[in-house]
Design a protein around this ligand. Structure first.
Ligand code: NIG
Ligand code: FE
Length: 411
């Protein structure tokens, strides 16, 4: 290990390019979303867990003492990717359901018949805390290999006190940002959604609020309606949690106005959002988190990404990684979908899954950019141009990942 004054130093030198969202403010909206600073023949110097400097090789002053060096020839550096919406804590899989859907069954029909989310709830309840922790660690490894250095994960496959709390602990133990998705579905031991919420708010929320940073609700026909979501989110806000919503995935049920009314951090999905919702989000501080892999995986319409950017909304991109509606942990693939399906420029896609996603997680002052003082989370792409991130569809271009100043073991 190379160190000076107790702090290790890591220099990535001779990079083809270094690309980072421009400016210093967050979140980015409108035209600013597409502004990226690109340095050719660049370096990035990490000291301890922070970025000390970035610049052009010709401006790199000689470094005294021990410095670990990484040869950046043939590589492009971008900020570590931030996945602000995943469901990484689950047991089992839904490969049978996937095959049924290919044969014509719809996601909502499977859910209504007690499959879908509830089949993962059964497997997750049966797994036990240790297996859940192991599952999140495994999924985190997949994400890291795809360039994700910061991930959020929801609970929501326990829906009982023990499994919900075990899920949140497992996410935190794996280095993730835990969100309590206590209102994901109504488990069969309750007569209806209101009875379940009575239990969740009285018996789970106080302990969940000690671990989670945010709360989330699935506001949709067949799940929770706007009044139930308001009740759940209001109680969660009182317990100190940031608010997020799964909204407008299949139908508009008042999720956008509710998110704005409650000052939510984000509303996620938005595949069914119409012009009015787009305009309202454009004027609000509620981030629109777009999940194009979910639309693709369920063969649903894509969310109105271009319209949201043009309206001035705070737009972020995420995988929605989960076993049912988006078995995909790759943010580079999400960038390709954004560029090809949502009409985002590669620059807009990059900002949406770095600085704006960090904003959704309340971390944009130190994550999501390659700049002095930011956390030393860096992705090195094996590509001659950083825009291959979106351009090279389905490729894993991630050559190296620096996590908190250390080259990560990608396995
Ligand atoms: O974001 N829509 C609700 N929840 C998840 C899917 C969960 C599942 O199918 O297991 C989503 O798509
Ligand atoms: Fe989701």
């Amino acid at each position: 290990m190379s160190s000076t004054g107790g702090k290790r130093r890591l220099l990535v030198r001779d990079l083809e390019q270094l690309a980072t969202p421009a400016g210093t403010s967050a979140p980015l909206r409108g035209r600013a979303l597409g502004e990226v600073d690109v340095l050719e023949n660049a370096y990035v110097l990490c000291v301890g867990k922070s970025i000390e400097a970035v610049g052009r090789m010709r401006d790199l002053a000689p470094l005294d003492g021990d410095v670990e060096e990484v040869d950046g020839r043939g590589l492009c550096a971008i900020p570590g990717l931030v996945d602000c919406h995943t469901h990484a804590c689950f047991a089992g899989d839904r490969v049978e359901e996937f095959a049924l859907r290919a044969a014509g069954a719809s996601y909502e029909e499977l859910h209504a018949a007690g499959g879908g989310i509830m089949s993962t709830v059964r497997a997750t309840r049966a797994a036990g805390e240790q297996a859940l922790a192991e599952a999140v660690r495994k999924h985190r490894g997949w994400m890291l290999r795809a360039g994700t250095t910061t991930f959020e994960s929801k609970s929501g496959y326990g829906l009982d006190r023990e499994t919900e709390l075990a899920s949140l602990r497992a996410v935190k133990a794996a280095g993730g940002v835990p969100t309590w998705l206590g209102a994901h579905a109504v488990p069969p031991e309750f007569d209806d959604a209101d009875a379940y919420l009575d239990f969740a708010l009285a018996d789970v929320l106080p302990a969940a609020a000690e671990i989670a940073e945010a709360a989330d609700v699935f506001l949709e026909r067949g799940a929770f309606d706007a009044d139930q979501a308001r009740r759940y989110l209001t109680a969660c806000a009182e317990a100190g949690l940031a608010l997020r919503l799964h909204g407008d995935q299949f139908t508009e049920q008042g999720a956008v106005p509710l998110a704005i009314e409650l000052g939510a951090r984000s509303i996620d999905h938005l595949e069914a959002t119409g012009d009015e919702g787009v305009a309202a989000l454009g004027e609000s501080d509620v981030a629109a988190v777009l999940l194009p892999a979910s639309a693709l995986f369920l063969a649903r319409p894509m969310p109105p990404g271009r319209a949201l950017v043009e309206a001035g909304a705070i737009v972020a991109l995420a995988t929605d990684f989960n076993p049912g509606s988006a078995f995909c942990e790759s943010l580079p693939l999400i960038c390709s979908l954004a560029a090809t399906q949502l009409r985002f420029s590669p620059a807009e896609a990059l900002a949406a899954c770095t600085v704006n996603a960090a904003h959704v997680l309340g971390r944009s002052n130190h994550r999501g950019r390659l700049a002095p003082g930011y956390d030393a989370d860096v992705v090195l792409l094996g590509a001659p141009d950083w825009r291959y991130l979106a351009y090279h569809l389905g490729a894993n271009l991630v050559a190296e990942v620096i996590l908190h100043g250390v080259l990560a073991e990608l396995g």
